[in-house]
Ligand binder design. Structure first.
Ligand SMILES: Cc1cc2nc3c(=O)[nH]c(=O)nc-3n(C[C@H](O)[C@H](O)[C@H](O)COP(=O)(O)OP(=O)(O)OC[C@H]3O[C@@H](n4cnc5c(N)ncnc54)[C@H](O)[C@@H]3O)c2cc1C
Length: 264
């Protein structure tokens, strides 16, 4: 690990100011992605700005027809929260199946979204429910947030403050996980509700994406059979030691079917 300065601001304004003052400064929340990168000397920030003291980034609440989840909410908190379990059980299920118990008790939704790992779980729920990301300077619809592998619409000094999830009529999530890390090989989050019918695929490609052909089929007829015959092209999908692009393409259909069945 390289040396770095450490600051723990008490307000969101102070955190943003610290990040804006130094282009090599980096925010840290749960540290479950950033700390391993620092330990392997893959990242060399001049300063770590610890967000865990920011009250503005905390809390899970209902606002009208949406559940708003503060960026510092840990995966275990989301999985166990009564409001989330009642309003969007598929989201509680997803959070409860991220990594292992240590990861779920340290990792945060804000950190996961800012990182945008292609194999992460939360991006599927955010895109699959048509959520809105509230940041320190604006509101970003899910369709404009995920730009590519480990890339989002966030500016370097812009922080995720909360995520606003519209409450769906139905939603379901299924993933094939890597047995060692529990990261997603391919997953599908499906929903029907105020944002229409949405199908988000994670793990399979370099970035979470919407499967429009499946969305159209489900809009016409909501059932697992509606997506069973839809084949995902392997072109552009990830191919690595864990699985080929063809295998991941096959998994997309299987996971979508399971997600629709889970949604009911
Ligand atoms: C063994 C292991 C297994 C895992 N398995 C899974 C899995 O199955 N599924 C899955 O989805 N994830 C998995 N993860 C990742 C885990 O969920 C991470 O905790 C998460 O991706 C990052 O959240 P964090 O709070 O730890 O972020 P940090 O490590 O603190 O930060 C990650 C990045 O986000 C930035 N950041 C942090 N908070 C904010 C914010 N509020 N606004 C803007 N930028 C911010 C940081 O600057 C950094 O670039 C796993 C991790 C480990 C170590």
């Amino acid at each position: 690990m390289y040396d770095f300065a450490y600051r723990k601001p008490a307000t969101l304004a102070e955190a943003v100011q610290l990040l804006a003052s130094d282009p090599d400064a980096k925010a840290i929340s749960g540290g479950h992605t950033l700390l391993p990168a620092l330990k392997h000397r893959l990242n060399k920030p001049s300063m770590l700005v610890d967000l865990t003291g920011l009250a503005e980034l905390r809390g899970i609440r209902r606002e009208g027809n949406a559940i708003v989840i503060g960026a510092l909410s840990r995966h275990a908190e989301v999985a166990g929260h009564a409001l989330v379990k009642e309003a969007i059980p598929a989201l509680a299920y997803l959070a409860g199946h991220i990594g292992d118990v240590q990861v779920r008790n340290r990792g945060t939704i804000g950190g996961s979204l800012a990182n945008n790992d292609p194999a992460a779980d939360y991006p599927a729920a955010v895109l699959g429910l048509g959520a809105t990301i509230q940041t320190s300077r604006r509101r970003i619809p899910a369709d404009e947030f995920f730009l590519g592998m480990f890339t989002t619409a966030l500016e370097p000094d812009e922080l995720v403050v909360a995520v606003e999830f519209p409450i769906p009529e139905k939603a379901g999530y299924a993933k094939m996980k890597n047995p060692a890390s529990r990261y997603v090989m391919a997953g599908a989050f499906v929903s029907k509700g105020p944002m229409g019918v949405r199908v988000a695929i994670n793990g399979a490609g370099p970035c979470v994406f919407r499967q429009k052909e499946m969305e159209e089929a489900l809009a016409a007829h909501w059932s697992p059979e509606a997506v069973a015959g839809i084949k995902q092209s392997p072109e552009g999908l990830n191919s690595d030691i864990h699985g080929s692009a063809e295998y991941r393409a096959h998994l997309v259909t299987v996971m979508a079917k399971r997600a629709v069945a889970a949604a009911g």
